[in-house]
Ligand binder design. Sequence first.
Ligand code: SF4
Length: 190
Amino acid sequence: MSETPIAISALNDFLFCPVSIYFHKLAQQEDDMLLKGESQLNGTNAHKNSDAATYSSKKSMLQGMGVYCSEYDLYGCIDTFDTERGILTERKRKVRAVYDGFVFQLYAQCFALREMGYTVSKTRLYSMLDNKTYDISLPEDNPEMLIKFKKLIEDIRSFSMQGFKQSNSSKCNSCIYEPLCSFSVKTSGG
Ligand code: SF4
């Protein structure tokens, strides 16, 4: 492990805005609950059962387990993994779109589980509010996305806030860290 392993959750945060991962870290160090907006809080609640290992009592179902991937130096938690069927599932409160960040989080979890000796044969997202499941190709079955995943990790490692400019005001308009952020380009009506 390097001195700065990357949190799996940061993969999605970084794609939203690179600066947000710094605020996310700060928020975790302070009081996680204080800085989480309603939608993120709901996202947390989507994991509540798995974090408490109560989603299923089946012994073959791993839930909320901490994982580490040495190949990419990533750490985090899986949501649920069915060891019998090899199905890795990440539940979200509501999947409005299959964002690349969601896919990359599954890739990271998949790689970590495989390093631990598990066989991952299927990955999927589950949208809890509308009870929809989205099958996601395994990393080896989607070379284009795998290249993007590797590039994202390189981008995170080489990112410097110096010289960063946010150009998408709609992101700032919906960003929970906006009041604290000197990079904000929030529009007055946003
Ligand atoms: S306010 Fe804008 S620039 Fe700052 S973290 Fe949020 S999205 Fe990024």
